[in-house]
Design a protein around this ligand. Sequence first.
Ligand code: GLA
Length: 395
Amino acid sequence: MSSSPQDQVRRVETAFSRIVGHPPTGVWSAPGRVNLIGEHTDYNAGLCLPIALPHRTYAAAAGRDDGLLSVTSLAEGLGGSPTVVPVADISPENPGGWAGYVAGMVWALREQGYAVGGLDIVLTSSVPIGAGLSSSAALSCSVGAAVSGVYSLDLLDHEEARKVLVRAAIRAENDIVGAPTGGMDQTVALLAQERHALRLDFRSDEVTPVPLDLEAAGLALLVCDTRASHVLADGQYAERRATCERAASVLGVSSLREVLPDELPGSLARLDEVSARRVRHVVTENARVEACVEALVREDFGEVGELFVESHASLRDDYEVSCPELDAVVAEALAAGALGARMTGGGFGGSAIALLLRGLVDAATSAIEVRFEREGWRAPECFAVTPAGGAYRDL
Ligand code: GLA
């Protein structure tokens, strides 16, 4: 991370005063995430186990009484000049691009009946963009927290209230930005707890913190942003989701969560070859999440590592969302002695994670860097992380 949370808060507060002409009402932030295990399961009413990253997006905000939403990002390459739209005119095309996540949040809360008017919002972020670490949910959820604070909606007060923001952030992404993602990223951005992973159940909507004290176990979780982005990623995600929904309907179930591991062979026999592999991934991945939660409770990190490796193979071979760069991070981390490694997030580029003894972090990182250089790929960005907290008010 380039600077401390305090520096980020001060930076966005100062920039707000300069751009808007008066200080903000407050500054709110929300984190990026990595998923430990449970990939492409959220939109199948399944299970996943993400943690929040220490990297956060910070939103300085104040109300304005002319009904306009004015958003400025301090992130490099995003212009630095405000995007302005009347809150009453927010729609899928207006505004486009990254500002859709901000406006979409305002739109979704208004759709849910909350009295939200105009706002000035200035943003900064330490979440790497395009790294598969959910900079988009960090953005929409920091804005949701800010809107709640400015308009006294009290939506950070307790879990049920935070779930209102989760639902709004999902609608913002699905309906305004137009990305058909599940709810993992938004849920962890709003409900994460420090030193815990979150077991998310998208059938029952249950959120269960699972203690994860890696330091006490002498371990580290290494995140490697491959900095590879493969075209077609968006279309492929939507295609995977549609295949799962079609398969559920062929099998006569409301979601793939209803397909039990014991019944898998019979269910797969009723599907075409590709759908069968997609379904096998989803059903076995749900089982791996359960096994991983149990292993974490027993502090059996060897078993956690094995589950990571199985998850990666399933995503690579059955779900077909990995890529050579992700496979290389996993192979190099394992060769350097990691207990386990896997791609994390949607895939087709983005990041992979490795669980390893703290003393092996440097060796694993240089093995990965050397491999990328040899392959002629862009240099990856590797860093160790510990589980951080969800959205809160910073100032
Ligand atoms: C992306 C989506 C999530 C989830 C993952 C895959 O990160 O935003 O909802 O589907 O991919 O697990």
